[in-house]
Every structure is written in C-alpha cells, then in structure tokens.
Design a protein around this ligand. Structure first.
Ligand SMILES: [Zn+2]
Length: 298
C-alpha cells in the first residue's frame, strides 16, 4: 500500500513536483533497500518542499511494508562500512570535545556495528547500536553483536536522558519519519548531549552536476536534505548550537566507479578492469556531497 505524505520535516503541504516516479515493479529486489548498493535509477515520486527545501518521496510504501523491507534487506558491504566508520570517527572528533562526559553513545542505523568499535575507541564507556535489518546484525562479531538492538530506533528502547551522544550516519534519508527520529533522540539525550547526523547534500556540486541522474535519487531515500532542511529538522526537534558542514569521503576507486552514472552495459566492464588491475583498491577522497549536522540538547 502506498500512502501520500506532507513534508516530513516541517509538515507543511506547500510543495511542488520535483520528479515523477520511475519505479519499475519488475526490477524490485531485496537489494533495493540495502545501503551502498549498485544504483538502479529508480525512485518514488519526489516532491520539493517550498518551505524547508527538503525533497521527499510521496506516496511511499506504508510503515509496515517499509519495516518488513528493511528487516529483510540484503547486505554486502562490510569493508566499505569499516572505511566509512573511520571517516565518521575522524570528523566527529572535534565536535565531541564539547560533550560533558563520555558515558553513553547510541548509533542509529549501525549496520554490522563498525562505528561502535570507533565509539569505544573514542572513549565512550557504554555503547549501543540500533539496526532494523537482520543480515548485518547477524554478521557482526559476537562482542559487537551483543551491543546491537535489532529494531527501528524508538525512544522506548532507551531510558530518557541516558545518552551523551546519538549518531545517525546515512540513515536519516531512509526512515519514514525523520522528525520523530530526532525528537526521540532528543528525549534520549542528557542536557548538553549531542546529536550527530550525516546525510547526502542534494544541493552539493556533484548532485547539481548530475541532476536527476544523481544516485542520491533512489528508491531507498524517502527524503533528501540540504543545509536548510537539515537545520529546520534539528531546530524543530529542539536542538540548539546547530552546525552544518560538508566533508570528504575516502572510498576505493571501484566504489566511486560503481556510483558513477555510466551506462549499465559498460559498468560491469569498468568494474572488472578496476578489479583486475588493483587500481580499484586505491583509496580516493572526493567531495561526495555529504553533510554533517550536529545539535545540542539544551
Ligand atoms: Zn518542509
């Protein structure tokens, strides 16, 4: 069942059509909802909120269908997850210096928990991950797996005012209700605690160059943010001292090639060549058009 929605950030109905749906029901498979997979150039109908600058999908599958799709989503990118976690640890270092303590951190959309190791390395005493998909949780190593709750993030999972840091990387685009996620994170944080989001910037240079061909316009992305919409999201959830910045990601060349919009028939040839020559393993930092957004609970 598909359901219509208003802007999931400011909840206003003043929006314009951004792009019609390109969904081909015959091509949907379990990997459609896995992270960092081969782009398929399929997306729901996209609307552009005239108030907060968000691009959001509407109509979308209902919550039950989405929850089921995520629980069963495929998973094939452990190495990239480890690399991404190292990048996130590097970029949050400067922000977490301001935290009142390092007692407890929660990572929403933790996958197989690569970032939980980083949080332990950053000195957090208690660390939890939340991940709805079964496959990545099952592939986590035993000592990390016991730190992961397999569920959609919800304030009921944790005591109110129990965490000093809530992180949520490349996940805010995927959840049916990003405002609710931030409000629940707010409740879970102690005063002085911090939320830290990473997401695609739909206004980045690469996104603007690729236009509607950009891989960020994808079935799994129920909304896409810019500086303005991220700021509105955090402000509306009650956060203060909001900071939003772009950052660079280092990924192997083969990963960038996978994302780049070359014709489908050529792509396997390019990827195969990169694999055989080992050039594909070179780590390359590119401005992938990501934003980090932090906010503090007053
Ligand atoms: Zn809006």
């Amino acid at each position: 069942m598909l359901k219509e929605r208003t802007c999931p950030v400011c909840q206003l109905a003043s929006s314009a059509l951004f792009a019609e749906s390109t969904v081909d029901p015959n091509k949907l498979d379990e990997y459609a909802y896995a992270s960092r997979k081969m782009p398929e150039y399929m997306h729901h109908r996209l609307m552009n909120c005239l108030s907060c600058d968000l691009v959001y999908a509407s109509p979308v599958p209902d919550d039950f269908e989405l929850a089921k799709a995520y629980e069963e989503a495929g998973f094939d990118s452990q190495e990239l997850a480890i690399r991404a976690a190292a990048t996130y640890a590097r970029i949050i270092r400067q922000h977490i210096r301001k935290l009142p303590d390092r007692r407890c951190a929660i990572d929403i959309g933790t996958g197989e928990g690569a970032f939980l190791r980083q949080l332990l390395g950053l000195g957090f005493q208690e660390v939890f991950g939340v991940e709805p998909s079964r496959a990545p949780v099952e592939s986590a190593s035993p000592e990390i797996r016991k730190l992961i709750k397999q569920a959609m993030f919800d304030e009921k999972l944790f005591a109110p005012r129990s965490a000093t840091l809530v992180t949520c990387f490349q996940t805010i685009e995927h959840v049916p209700d990003p405002l609710q996620l931030c409000r629940h994170a707010f409740q879970t944080l102690i005063p002085g605690g911090m939320i830290c989001l990473v997401g695609h910037n739909r206004r980045s240079l690469s996104a603007r160059m690729l236009g509607k061909k950009s891989p960020i316009f994808d079935l799994e992305h129920l909304q896409l943010f810019s500086r303005t919409s991220l700021e509105t999201l955090l402000k509306t959830s009650g956060f203060i001292q909001i900071e939003i910045k772009p950052f660079w990601n280092a990924y192997p060349l083969a990963y960038w090639a996978k994302l780049f919009p070359v014709p489908r028939r050529l792509k396997p040839i390019v990827l195969d060549a990169l694999k055989r020559t080992r050039i594909g393993e070179l780590p390359i930092a590119l401005p992938a058009g990501n934003l980090i957004a932090v906010g503090v609970r007053p």
